[in-house]
Design a protein around this ligand. Structure first.
Ligand code: FES
Length: 92
């Protein structure tokens, strides 16, 4: 199973391929904003992500375009784990 590593402390969680990053973060007990409950509207769940995750689809690209650093983030409820990856929230 792919491993999601939470930075900066390097705690890790193994999840099935295709798991939304938001679900992995919640399963790990990490705090994360998700006021639209994963509908892909609020961008509160944005994370910095490196590694093997799903490509940016048009709906996510539209949300990212509204951020000040669009290339630095992924929308956790729309981004799926495809392999090992590392994630970081600005507030962890
Ligand atoms: S939870 Fe709202 S965009 Fe992800």
């Amino acid at each position: 199973m792919p491993r999601v590593t939470f930075l900066p402390d390097a705690a890790a969680l193994d999840v099935p391929t295709g798991t939304p990053l938001l679900a992995a973060v919640l399963r790990a007990g990490r705090p994360i904003g998700y006021s639209c409950r994963g509908l892909g509207v609020c961008v509160a769940c944005r994370l910095r992500v490196e590694g093997e995750v799903s490509p940016v689809e048009p709906a996510e690209a539209r949300l990212l375009a509204g951020l000040s650093e669009p290339g630095a983030y992924r929308i956790a409820c729309l981004c799926k784990v495809q392999g090992d990856c590392r994630v970081r929230a600005d507030y962890w």
